[in-house]
Design a protein around this ligand. Structure first.
Ligand SMILES: Nc1ncnc2c1ncn2[C@@H]1O[C@H](COP(=O)(O)OP(=O)(O)OP(=O)(O)O)[C@@H](O)[C@H]1O
Length: 321
């Protein structure tokens, strides 16, 4: 076929299709939440800190996902961008069809009021101390001009604190406060719920209850839930946990349930490394330590997998020379 037959539009379409294929296909960018090559650089007094260095993340509609990372890994920076409080330096961040880079002030307000809900670690940021649980849930509804008393009670019921509807935050336990905060965050029916260390100040049993509430609202309302935490144990509460390290997604753990040969339910945990567009992947620290991998490793391509072995020591390289 002669290239003279191709119109400019044809060429552009083919180039776009090839670029999408190289990037992993259009599907890769079709999630409810999509971060693609997200970069955030802070400049203070002439010093640059690269808090996010090309973070990729795709979350499907209705998923319950945990983002786990050590202090300084970039979790808060990512959350501030996704919640519309901060803007990335470069890259793409899209939530429920809203492009977060270059969003107008009006659109940003609409996004924060209607599309996303938040649960923060500190109760004081979630609940007003002088209002009861029910009044706290009704407040965002009233501000949006739609006070629905029944809906407030329904939400409190869903998170398991109906009996505390008339209690003020200081009369509730830490777990009850956080479950109430989940109901408040859902008052205006957001599509996405972000929870920042929602169980950070709670003991394990109470944290389980808060996770139970997050799972219930995720299943009942279909709201996409992203929990950000430094607590690795949280991975055990969700089907997919993404680890972030040095401002990039490094690996993820998926859990699924299968019925075994003896008819009992078995939980299967699989760990994945995240492969970026350039083919780079980060080995989990535990693997690196277990085999004392350093500097360089030996790679072998097998028909259905790639082997990674410790590289030769300087000594054996010399011996071979
Ligand atoms: N406003 C800022 N100005 C300068 N540097 C910043 C700013 N905010 C974050 N950083 C830096 O960016 C990096 C990532 O920080 P971030 O707060 O996102 O990490 P984190 O994983 O949320 O940690 P933590 O759990 O301690 O909050 C850190 O090196 C931090 O010092």
């Amino acid at each position: 076929m002669g290239s003279a037959d191709s119109t400019l539009a044809d060429l552009e379409r083919r180039a776009a299709a090839r670029a999408a294929a190289r990037a992993g296909g259009q599907d890769r960018l079709s999630g409810h939440i999509v971060c693609d090559g997200l970069v955030r650089i802070f400049r203070t007094e002439g010093v640059e800190v690269v808090a996010l260095q090309g973070l990729d993340l795709v979350v499907d509609r209705g998923e319950l996902l945990a983002v786990v990372g050590a202090s300084g890994s970039g979790k808060s920076t990512m959350l501030n961008i996704l919640s519309g409080l901060d803007e990335p330096t470069a890259g793409m961040a899209r939530v429920a069809g809203y492009e977060l880079l270059g969003m107008s002030a009006r659109k940003r307000l609409e996004y924060r009021r209607r599309i996303v809900g938040f649960v923060w670690q500190q109760t004081a940021r979630n609940l007003l101390p002088y209002l009861t649980a029910r009044e706290n849930v009704e407040l965002p509804m009233r501000l949006a001009g739609s006070r629905k008393r029944d809906r407030a009670m329904e939400l409190l019921d869903m998170v398991g604190v109906t009996g505390r509807a008339d209690a003020r935050p200081d009369q509730m336990s830490g777990g009850e406060q956080q479950r109430c905060a989940v109901a408040v965050a859902l008052a205006n029916d957001p599509e996405v719920l972000f929870a920042d260390e929602p169980t950070g100040e709670l003991d394990e049993a109470t944290a389980d209850e808060v996770f139970g509430a997050l799972r219930t609202v995720n299943a009942e309302l279909g709201v996409t839930v992203v929990v950000v935490t430094h607590d690795m144990n949280v991975a055990g509460h969700v089907r997919r946990a993404v680890a972030i390290r040095d401002g990039k997604t490094a690996s993820e753990v998926r859990r699924s349930a299968r019925i075994g040969a003896d008819g009992t339910e078995q939980h299967v945990t699989e760990e994945y490394a995240v492969l970026d567009r350039a083919g780079r992947l980060q080995l989990p620290a535990a693997f690196v330590e277990a085999l004392s991998l350093r500097d360089r490793v030996r790679l072998n391509l097998e028909p259905d997998h790639v082997e990674v072995r410790p590289g030769s020591s300087d000594r054996s390289v010399e011996d071979q020379a």
